[in-house]
Design a protein around this ligand. Structure first.
Ligand SMILES: NC(=O)c1ccc[n+]([C@@H]2O[C@H](COP(=O)([O-])OP(=O)(O)OC[C@H]3O[C@@H](n4cnc5c(N)ncnc54)[C@H](OP(=O)(O)O)[C@@H]3O)[C@@H](O)[C@H]2O)c1
Length: 316
C-alpha cells in the first residue's frame, strides 16, 4: 500500500513532502521500494557517492510510469571542498549529470566550513590528522552563487545544512534570499528546539536528519536508542504503530520535515505511514522533555572543530 504524504510550502512557494527518504549508503532497490511505498522526497548529496545509483532508480521509476518528475522532491548538497568561487556550480552540474536529471528541487550547502579547494579529496589532509581549511571563503559568497544556480534553473530551492543561527543571519543580511530549508541533526535526545523556533520566526523550514539518533561518530552505547525508551513503547502500543513512527509524527507535528533512512522493506513502508493518528499536546510535551543535548554528529573529527566557522560552538 502506498502512503500519501502531506506537503508544506517553503518560503519561496515550492512544496516539500514532510517525510523524505535518506539516501546515505542507500542502494537502488531501496529507492525503488521507497517510491512504491509513497516517498517522493529523496535526500542525497554529492558526498554520499551514490547519486548515479539514486538517479538510476528515480529514472527507472519515471520510465515505468510509477511517478512523474514533477512529483519528486530531489535534494542534493555541495561539500566543503567545492565552495570556492565557481565551484558550487561545477558541483551541482556534476550532481545533475550523475542523477541524470535537469534540475534538483533543493540544493544545500552541506557544512559551513570550507575546506581546501581540491577536486579529488573530500577531506584534504585528513590522512595526516588535520583537515585543511580555506577560511578565506565567505559563506555569503557561496550563498550568492547558490542564488545564481537557482536563477539558472539548476535547482528550484536553495538552503543550508549544519549552519547555526548566526551563520544563517549572515546569509540573510548579505543576499536577497532567505534559505528555504535548514537541514540539521534533530531527534528526541537533541531536538534542536531553540534553533527550530528561531528558524520558524525567519521563515526557514527545518529538516531533521538522523531522526532516530542511530547513526554518527558519537554514537554512545551507554544511552538506549530513543526507540527503546518506555515512553515510545507506550505510545507505540497506544496508537498501534512502531516507536519510530511516534518519533516521526512528533517531528512533523512540530513543523519539522523528517528524512529517515532504512534498508528494511517493512521499515521503509512503516516509517511513512504516520498520518492516521495525532499525538496529544501532552504527549508532544513529554517527548520534548527527553532532550539531553546529546549530539550524534558533533563534526569534531580531523580537527574540524578548529575551523573559524565551526557551527556548534554557540548554543544554537
Ligand atoms: N546534512 C547532513 O550533514 C546529514 C548527516 C547525516 C544524515 N543526513 C541525511 O539523513 C538521512 C537519515 O539519517 P541517518 O541515516 O543518520 O539516521 P536515521 O534515519 O536516524 O537512522 C538510520 C538507521 O535507523 C534504522 N531504522 C530506520 N527505520 C527504523 C525503524 N522503523 N525501526 C528501527 N530502526 C530503524 C536503520 O536501520 P535499517 O536500515 O536496518 O532499517 C538505520 O540503521 C541520511 O540518509 C542522509 O540523507 C544528513
Amino acid at each position: 500500500m502506498s502512503a500519501k504524504v502531506p506537503t508544506i510550502r517553503l518560503n519561496d512557494g515550492n512544496l516539500c513532502p514532510v517525510v523524505g527518504f535518506g539516501t546515505y549508503e542507500t542502494k537502488k532497490a531501496d529507492i525503488l521500494t521507497a517510491i512504491e511505498a509513497g516517498y517522493r522526497h529523496f535526500d542525497g548529496a554529492d558526498f554520499y557517492g551514490n547519486e548515479q545509483e539514486v538517479g538510476a532508480a528515480l529514472r527507472e521509476a519515471i520510465a515505468a510510469g510509477k511517478v512523474r518528475r514533477e512529483e519528486l522532491f530531489v535534494v542534493s548538497k555541495v561539500w566543503p571542498n567545492w565552495t570556492g568561487k565557481g565551484r558550487p556550480t561545477l558541483s551541482v552540474k556534476r550532481t545533475l549529470k550523475n542523477l541524470g536529471l535537469d534540475y534538483v528541487d533543493l540544493l544545500l550547502i552541506h557544512w559551513p566550513t570550507p575546506f581546501k579547494q581540491v577536486d579529488d579529496d573530500y577531506h584534504p589532509g585528513a590522512a595526516d590528522g588535520q583537515v585543511l581549511f580555506d577560511e578565506s571563503i565567505e559563506l555569503y559568497d557561496i550563498w550568492r552563487e547558490f542564488e545564481d544556480i537557482k536563477s539558472a534553473g539548476l535547482t528550484k530551492s536553495i538552503g543550508v545544512s549544519n549552519f547555526n543561527s548566526q551563520q544563517i543571519q549572515e546569509l540573510i543580511d548579505n543576499s536577497k534570499t532567505v534559505p528555504a530549508v535548514l537541514q540539521v541533526e534533530s531527534h528526541p535526545y537533541f531536538n534542536n528546539d531553540r534553533l527550530r523556533r528561531w528558524c520558524q520566526e525567519k521563515g526557514v523550514r527545518m529538516t531533521a536528519y538522523s531522526p532516530l539518533a542511530s547513526t554518527g561518530p558519537n554514537l554512545n552505547q551507554s544511552l538506549p536508542k530513543p526507540i527503546d525508551l518506555p515512553l515510545f513503547k507506550e505510545l507505540a502500543n497506544k496508537y498501534g504503530v512502531s516507536a519510530a513512527a511516534i518519533i516521526f509524527r512528533w517531528q512533523t507535528q512540530r513543523g519539522v520535515i523528517v528524512i529517515p533512512k532504512s534498508s528494511t522493506k517493512e521499515r521503509i513502508q512503516s516509517n511513512i505511514n504516520i498520518f492516521h493518528f495525532v499525538l496529544t499536546a501532552d504527549e508532544l510535551l513529554a517527548i520534548d522533555g527527553i532532550d539531553n543535548n546529546y549530539r550524534c554528529h558533533p563534526w569534531n573529527h580531523w580537527g574540524i572543530s578548529k575551523h573559524k566557522r565551526y557551527p556548534f560552538g554557540i548554543p544554537f
